[in-house]
Design a protein around this ligand. Structure first.
Ligand SMILES: [Zn+2]
Length: 283
């Protein structure tokens, strides 16, 4: 794990890249931010998390780091120990964690649940949607207070790395760590919630016929396993849906739960600590 600090004092803001070793966009973005010699207004920690898996170009070495939290110093796996170390580096910070997908080229954000921090930051990021992971946060960094995860684009693409750097800069502006214009990027921003996983039947060949974040109607054929169609038994919004992104599931069925307008009056200013609602979090 590589940990760098920008500015003076104890960091209150952290950006984490490459929790997954086969998602180099985060590491690339963090290196660019380090090279840029940013003039920060709050101390910032920059972390390249799973260097060992990155070096081998694999998602993980022993187990999925983003299912291994909280981890332990005595864990059997590299990622089990790394989860513990990473948490002790960034605990208490406002955290951005950079990922990439096989399911969707445009950036979108994920949070455990829509809280004050998500409301004050996400409208100012160039993302197409915000997803609450809700019941699917377990073992992931996103289950901790103050974490926003970003899917920056398609895995290993140059665009994902460019998006990751741009979004990191927007995040730093949104939390007051970097000067710059804080303006709503997507207006309004749709908020979805993961409701259930869509299991993959046993097959050799998988297909997906619908677009992520676009409503699937009841009775619509949305995917196929070999020649067997999968039909929606009720309307849903596909999220992280892809033919081959995950081994056992196509992705998630979600619901549209609201929209964020990002109106200036609706967000706390810098004098109002965005940490105020952390104490009320369930986890
Ligand atoms: Zn990832």
């Amino acid at each position: 794990m590589r940990v760098e600090t920008l500015g003076d004092g104890e960091p209150e803001v952290a950006i984490v890249g490459s929790i997954h070793g086969d998602e180099p966009c985060g590491a690339t973005a963090i290196k660019s931010l380090l090279d840029a010699d940013l003039d920060v207004e709050r101390p910032v920690k920059l972390v390249i998390a799973n260097e060992k898996a990155l070096a081998r170009d694999v998602r993980y070495v022993g187990e999925d780091l983003n299912r291994a939290f909280p981890g332990s110093p005595d864990a059997d796996t590299h990622e089990g120990r790394l989860a513990h170390e990473l948490l002790s580096e960034i605990r208490g910070c406002e955290i951005l964690s950079l990922h990439s997908t096989q399911s969707y080229p445009a950036p979108f954000a994920l949070v455990d649940e829509l809280d004050g921090q998500a409301r004050s930051v996400c409208p100012y990021l160039t993302v197409e949607a915000l997803v609450e992971t809700a019941d699917y946060s377990g073992g992931r960094l996103i289950a901790y207070p103050g974490v926003i995860e970003l899917e920056c684009g398609l895995q290993r693409s140059e665009a994902a790395a460019e998006n990751a750097e741009l979004l990191s800069r927007e995040f730093l502006v949104a939390v007051g760590a970097l000067s710059g214009e804080k303006k709503p990027r997507h207006h309004p921003l749709s908020v979805f919630r993961l409701e259930k996983q869509i299991p993959k039947p046993d097959a050799d060949r998988y297909e997906v016929f619908v677009e992520n974040f676009e409503r699937v109607a009841e009775g619509e054929r949305f995917a196929a396993a070999d020649d067997e169609p999968l039909v929606a038994d009720r309307p849903f919004y596909p999220i992280l849906l892809s033919a081959y992104g995950y081994r056992n599931v196509f992705g998630y069925a979600g619901s549209l739960v609201g929209r964020l307008d990002g109106e200036p009056a609706a967000r706390p200013g810098r004098e109002t600590p965005v940490q105020t609602d952390r104490g009320s979090r369930k986890r």
